[in-house]
Design a protein. Structure first.
Length: 191
């Protein structure tokens, strides 16, 4: 296992503080204090609080983009693709609940990367929407409102960062299986 670099430690600590207090309420001085260093020392590793936020949010959004591309490229049913989407969310969230909090709560504070982030998010949602639409047209998914299905799935998956830390004995694979059963069985034509 590779050791965490100082920059990675700063980013991880900032993500924790952003989750606890919100991006706007955290100062570089707060971050330095949490790390046990002087604020000026932070600037040897990172240019600004904005750069930290970008590092957190963009890296996660790009991980979701990479993951959804693999799901879309797979030669499996729409229901199986949706199960992979659930697994993707569980895996990313399980290993970075603090970062997911920033992704969900602080994205609007991105400055020069806001448009890029919104494009990644929109494309991701469109890919899932296409999976659902294909599933409906193939008779795998009940013919219900696509936007309601999408909202139901994503609102649950995007809030996992709130629930996962409370579960000490979490098994990501089992959680993904259970969530898929609950979220997808209800929209599956086949039992």
């Amino acid at each position: 296992m590779k050791s965490e670099t100082r920059k990675e430690e700063i980013i991880a600590t900032a993500a924790k503080l952003f989750k606890e207090k919100g991006y706007s309420a955290v100062t570089m001085r707060d971050l330095a204090s949490e790390l046990g260093i002087k604020a000026a020392s932070l600037y040897n590793h990172i240019a600004s609080k904005q750069d930290i936020l970008k590092a957190i949010i963009i890296s996660i959004a790009e991980a979701f983009t990479k993951g959804i591309k693999l799901v879309i490229a797979s030669d499996i049913s729409s229901i199986e693709k949706l199960k992979q989407v659930v697994e993707l969310h569980v895996n990313i969230t399980s290993y970075n609940t603090n970062g997911m909090a920033s992704l969900n709560n602080d994205w609007m504070h991105l400055e020069d990367q806001l448009e890029y982030y919104l494009t990644l998010r929109s494309n991701y949602e469109n890919e899932i929407r296409c999976i659902i639409e294909n599933g409906i047209s193939e008779g795998e998914i009940v013919d219900e409102n696509v936007e309601v299905i999408l909202f139901s799935m994503l609102s649950t998956l995007r809030s996992l960062y709130l629930w996962i830390p409370k579960k000490e004995d979490l098994n990501p694979k089992q959680l993904a299986k259970s969530l898929s059963q609950i979220l997808i069985k209800g929209i599956s034509q086949t039992s």
